[in-house]
Design a protein around this ligand. Sequence first.
Ligand SMILES: O=C[C@H](O)[C@H](O)[C@H](O)COP(=O)(O)O
Length: 258
Amino acid sequence: MSYTVPDVSSLPALSDPLETAKRLAAYRAIDENVDFKNDKVIGIGSGSTVVYAAERLGQYLKDLKYTECVSKFICIPTGFQSRALILDNGLKLGTVDNYPEIDVAFDGADEVDTNLQLIKGGGACLFQEKLVSTSAKKFIVIADHRKQSPHYLGTNWTKGIPIEVVPAAYVRVQNDLKKLGAHKIVLRQGTPAKAGPVVTDNNNFLIDADFGQLEDPKSLYFKILTLVGVVEVGLFIDNAERVYFGNSDGSVTHADRK
Ligand SMILES: O=C[C@H](O)[C@H](O)[C@H](O)COP(=O)(O)O
């Protein structure tokens, strides 16, 4: 029997309501933002929410109405996990080197403010995520309701801004972050899974720097980015075009950049 992409409204709920919310947001985002006729290159981000975006693309691939176009899509990953998601769903893998212009990219977020500025990097991916999201004509974010900030970044996500740094510079960057006004600065540890610091997909370290609530994330972003040793900052400024939130009542809402 031939396979048909399941209708979002007919999906049975998952055992964890949060996973149901993430899946709904991701499926809706793919359904409404992939142009199956014209898109060629798709960015696939990292984290637990984007798993469902790759899954949805995999469903389209199996549906004979879409197989021909989806099998031609080149999917650009944002790290190791993301690469595996692409391959596991039978999708074609590419790199930003080969495909520097991405039609649409999908990714999760740790917090989204009312202007669609984002904190990302809670799962230790951020440099390649930024490379992909800023190479995309359209960057679409998918998240569950916990990520929607009532106003400022730093309200819901209180672990600090993730900052990827060159290992040789981590002490210097920590000192410089203190001078910039960070209240709490932590070199992210891999324990209990790994003794010692988390090492990113780019062989760097991660610092989480808590600056409290961010009234002006853009200016802080540029201040941190110019510190010697900083590779990239987990503040995604003026980047997301639309964010889909999966809500606890099973609805999906979205917000657009003004
Ligand atoms: O480093 C991780 C990425 O920025 C993720 O996209 C972010 O942490 C959101 O992840 P999740 O969808 O698991 O909440």
